[in-house]
Design a binder for this molecule. Structure first.
Ligand code: SF4
Length: 197
């Protein structure tokens, strides 16, 4: 698959998920707290490389790949490099449109237990500050409310590119590998193929 086609396929999965989450939020009234970003402070967030290929292509087209690789090589913290803890406004993610699958799923999706039960995966802020809506949501999910299921979305990404989804990495490493993958693709594998700006 050509890089642009891979990115288009990943974005299609993201669009489908964003729509399903919007419907779920409408049915449950669960919402992120304005300006929160608490979930992004977790030091051990993991992601696959494919999740950040759209971001990596965006950087490549801006000729910013090397600059970001330098940044990623210079940091010691495992906290996501895209997080700006002091950012004003609605959210702390500096590249929100290019956030990964894990970022989109967290808060509004379920994992499947060994008894095939769907268990909502959400944050402590929602659990403690939206207690009524949270409790009702658990009941609604047990009663069959449609909720995005994490492993189903990861399987959709796997069907696009198995190698780039086979392993989870600390989020900054996943971003770094995604940038390297895109740069390698255009520099060595397909030097004559233009990346359409
Ligand atoms: S990519 Fe954005 S949303 Fe995802 S962990 Fe980093 S700061 Fe948070």
């Amino acid at each position: 698959m050509r890089m642009e086609e891979t990115v288009a396929a990943v974005n299609l999965v993201y669009e489908g998920l964003d729509k399903q989450i919007a419907t779920f939020q409408g049915a449950t009234s669960l919402q992120c707290k304005i300006g929160c970003g608490k979930c992004c402070f977790k030091p051990d967030i993991e992601a696959t490389v494919l999740e950040f290929i759209p971001f990596a292509l965006h950087l490549y087209k801006q000729n910013m790949g090397n600059q970001w690789l330098d940044k990623l090589d210079s940091i010691e913290s495992t906290m996501c490099l895209l997080l700006n803890p002091v950012r004003e406004g609605s959210g702390l993610c500096t590249e929100y449109p290019y956030r990964g699958l894990i970022c989109r799923l967290f808060g509004y999706s379920a994992r499947t237990t060994k008894y095939a039960k769907r268990e909502l995966v959400t944050c402590s802020v929602i659990k403690t500050e939206q207690t009524g809506a949270y409790a009702k949501t658990i009941v609604k999910i047990e009663a069959g409310l449609d909720v995005p299921v994490m492993n189903q979305y990861y399987m959709q990404l796997q069907s696009i590119d198995y190698n780039l989804t086979a392993k989870f990495y600390p989020i900054n490493q996943a971003i770094k590998l995604a940038i390297e993958t895109v740069m390698q693709y255009y520099t060595y594998e397909n030097p004559t193929e233009p990346a359409h700006v």
